[in-house]
Design a protein around this ligand. Sequence first.
Ligand code: HEC
Ligand code: HEC
Length: 193
Amino acid sequence: MPGRRRAARVFAILIAMSMDITPVLAQNLEEKAQICSACHGENGVPQERTTPIIWGQHQGYTYIQLRDYKRGTRKDEQMTAIVADMDRNDMMALAEYFSKKPWPNLQQLRADEATTMRALRANVAVNCTGCHLGEYQGDGTVPRLAGQSAEYMSKTIAQFRTRERANNPGMSDLMIATSPDDLAALVAYLAGR
Ligand code: HEC
Ligand code: HEC
């Protein structure tokens, strides 16, 4: 029965493949994640303040950023190089991997009362929490902002305003429409959450 022998052989190859390949894929994900840790931190605390937290960030949001660095609508010398060889599956897998890590505490100071009041008033006007949700926890493709690095948020808001960060024109419009002083208050408030 050659047909049956052939089927048995194919089956044996499939078993061997699944035994060989699964650990390799798993190792690759760990290995790739190791590369990220060089800048985004072994324990989720980034080495530099202008590098964002990615531990505990939502999968959908992280995936979109990796995709957009690759598309070029978001540019960063380091990140553009990092995503060059990645395909959609790599990006989804890494985004999922980091979304399951705990959000780290950068120990940023709480904003003083005047700054807090200004941030709360600005939110009443612009309704940031309409999208970023209660306590600025975000969800899906909307990022968590609570506890994100102040220096990073200032940098990326400035890049939205000049449209150098061009991957979400709606966010650029909103940031341009909001006064720099209100944005500074929001950043200080958010960092200390
Ligand atoms: C050489 C340093 C470096 C390495 C390595 C690195 N990153 Fe980054 N990453 C950065 C910097 C700096 C930024 C901020 C860039 C910007 O302002 O657009 C960033 C931004 C990001 C963002 C955007 C986050 C946000 O809040 O918008 C994501 C997602 C990200 N990196 C994921 C990764 C992943 C996944 C890896 C590993 C595959 C990785 N990075 C490796 C330095 C690095
Ligand atoms: C209409 C919905 C909406 C509103 C209102 C909104 N945002 Fe956003 N915001 C988003 C989305 C969606 C993104 C992710 C954009 C992307 O994919 O790059 C974002 C991204 C951001 C980022 C970048 C986060 C990162 O990790 O890089 C910051 C900072 C931010 N918003 C701050 C604010 C502030 C402050 C306000 C209020 C003044 C605000 N947003 C209002 C939807 C909104």
